[in-house]
Ligand binder design. Structure first.
Ligand code: PEP
Ligand code: MG
Length: 575
């Protein structure tokens, strides 16, 4: 079977089938309201204590932001409307509390979900999670996660809630697979953060496991978190293959560790910067942990998601400040709000569009809604007093867009100066190159910007007219395509002629197949997932820029992406 790769790594081991389905809720009449309320209140207290413990654990292992999820859960346990309604219904209906919790929660969830609002939908998910905990505690049924013993298992579940995932420990969980979810679901993100191999979206897996369990008591499972392959009761040769792959991965990790603390420099002395992409301030910790040299892309739109209104200037200021302080002197590039496309933010009132990726988005919204934009710019400028911050604008398609955005920055600088607020007067302003027009006009942009950062995720989709989300276009959508490579070269050459530096923050920056080409073309900064830093640095240190430059020229003359990939593979093998 197959799942969607969510967190890389190999897992082989016994299965723990985990499901919510063992909880049976029956509608039973009660004899004593007082006794039922007492039981209910005890379960509320017990749930709060459990959540408090989970919160502390999340705080230790994952940081403040993840822990906040559980603050919200604890608050729900004290919510007068929800808890109050449950209690009054127990009194009036004389029905058991577990049934009432379920029915009252269903009614609340239905109202939230009917509002077609992402923020409320997320709150509905929280409410369901909390209600299930409460019901389990009323019935005295454990959630299964708490039952994990000391011998390591692979967890298979329909889905894992944030509170389930936060309780997983690397010592006892070899990996997990869920039937629901996608790469960006909460459980997948936490798995990557914790370094637990995981797959999501493996529909039908539990049914297959149930079938297999009819003949066996315990079942072994093997899966690969980067390819999505799953084997139920794998044969000896598969186990051997997986074990070998696991050893290879571990050996690679060890070799990567050897370049920790070393410079990112080629054999012939070209020094580059290897930075990281983050979406939340606390992820700055991973940058330091993985020896990243800075943040090349802080996707600030994540501060605007899963909420009902934009964050205030103060809230944003605290977030940027927090991130840059955590970086301990390393630079932080904040990308201004990149809403739209696949990042829908409901309260920005972007109407339904035929082509959201070609629509009203990112800098286009910000230049219209200057109150929103100026608020963000002020917050970033104020935070620049606490560390090295740079600003970059997303989805720039024309020079005047950059000039307009820059004018707003200069105006906000004037306002801050007038109010006596300090900020970095020399803050660098750059643009992302995600649209072919911007690559083509890079020489003109280079007259104005301080730096460029190539966003290959979007640049690839716009160059090849291939939607980055459409799995049918997987073959065409490829940043190693010669058209994309030529645009990258155009940008770097044009920028260097005017003495400007060029970074890359699309996925191509962390793709080791691209490293020799990018070094050959003269890229100055690479920004990627923190876990890729050491791998790319290790390769950079084995390359010579001169050789890579000739190699890149050869590739740029080629027509076919498959042949290009074969050539890169041979090149890397030979070093
Ligand atoms: C890109 O387009 O390459 C990029 C880094 O931005 P995002 O993936 O957030 O669109
Ligand atoms: Mg982009």
């Amino acid at each position: 079977m197959r799942g969607i790769p969510a967190s890389e790594g190999i897992a082989i081991g016994p299965v723990l089938l985990w499901g919510q389905d063992e909880v049976i809720i029956e509608k039973k009449t009660i004899d004593s309201v007082e006794a039922e309320l007492e039981k209910f209140e005890a379960a509320v207290e017990h749930s709060k204590n459990q959540l408090e413990e989970i919160r502390l654990k999340a705080l230790e292992t994952m940081g403040e932001e993840e822990a906040q999820v559980f603050d919200a859960h604890i608050l729900l346990m004290e919510d007068p409307e929800w808890i109050g309604k449950i209690k009054s219904q127990i009194e009036s209906d004389l029905i058991c509390s577990e049934y009432i919790v379920q029915s009252v929660t269903d009614a609340f969830v239905a109202i939230f979900e009917a509002m077609d609002n992402e923020y409320l939908a997320a709150r509905a998910a929280d409410l369901k999670d909390v209600a299930m905990r409460l019901i389990r505690n009323i019935l005295g049924v454990s959630s299964g996660i708490e039952d994990i013993g000391s011998s390591p298992v692979i967890i298979v579940a329909e889905d894992l809630t944030p509170s389930d995932t936060a309780q997983l420990s690397k010592d006892t969980v070899l990996g997990f697979i869920t039937e629901q979810g996608n790469k960006t679901s909460h459980s997948a993100i936490i798995a990557r953060t914790m370094g637990i191999p995981a797959l999501v979206g493996a529909e039908g897996l539990r049914g297959r496991i149930h079938e297999a369990m009819e003949t066996k008591d315990t079942l072994t499972l093997a899966f690969d978190g980067s390819t999505g392959e799953i084997f139920i009761s794998p044969k000896a040769d598969v186990v051997l293959q997986f074990e070998e792959k696991k050893k290879r991965i571990e050996a690679e990790h060890e070799a990567d560790e050897a370049v920790r603390g070393k410079e990112s420099i080629t054999l012939d002395g070209k020094k580059v910067e290897i930075a990281c992409n983050i979406a939340k301030p606390d992820e700055a910790d991973y940058v330091v942990e993985h020896d990243g040299e800075g943040v090349g892309l802080f996707r600030s739109e994540f501060l605007f998601m899963e909420r009902s209104e934009a964050p205030s200037e103060e809230e944003q200021f605290e977030a940027y400040k927090r991130a840059v302080i955590k970086l301990k002197g390393r630079p932080l590039i904040v990308r201004t709000l990149d809403a739209g496309g696949d990042k829908h933010i409901p309260y920005l009132n972007v109407s339904e569009e035929m082509n959201p990726f070609l629509g009203y988005r990112a800098i286009r919204i910000c230049l219209d809604d200057t109150v929103l934009f100026r608020t963000q710019l002020r917050a970033i400028l104020r935070a620049s007093d606490f560390g090295k911050i740079k600003v970059m604008f997303p989805m720039i398609a024309a020079v005047d867009e950059f000039l307009e955005a820059k004018a707003l920055v200069l105006d906000e600088m004037k306002n801050l100066r007038a109010s006596g607020v300090s900020f970095d007067e020399n803050i660098e302003l750059g643009i992302m190159v995600e649209i072919p027009s911007t690559a083509v006009l890079a020489d003109l942009f280079a007259n104005h910007v301080d730096f460029f950062s190539i966003g290959t995720n979007d640049l690839t989709q716009y160059t090849l007219a291939a939607d980055r989300m459409n799995s049918k276009l997987k073959k065409l959508y490829n940043h190693r395509n010669p058209a994309v490579l030529r645009l990258i070269k155009m940008v770097i050459d044009a920028a260097h002629k005017k003495g400007k530096w060029v970074g890359m923050c699309g996925e191509a920056a962390g793709d080791t197949y691209m490293t020799p080409i990018l070094i050959g073309l003269g890229l100055d900064e690479f920004s990627m997932a923190p876990s890729s830093v050491l791998k790319v640095r290790r390769l950079v240190r084995k390359l010579s820029q001169e050789t890579c430059s000739t190699f890149a020229q050869d590739l740029l003359a080629m027509e076919d992406v498959v042949k290009i990939e074969e050539k890169i593979e041979a090149f890397i093998k030979a070093i």
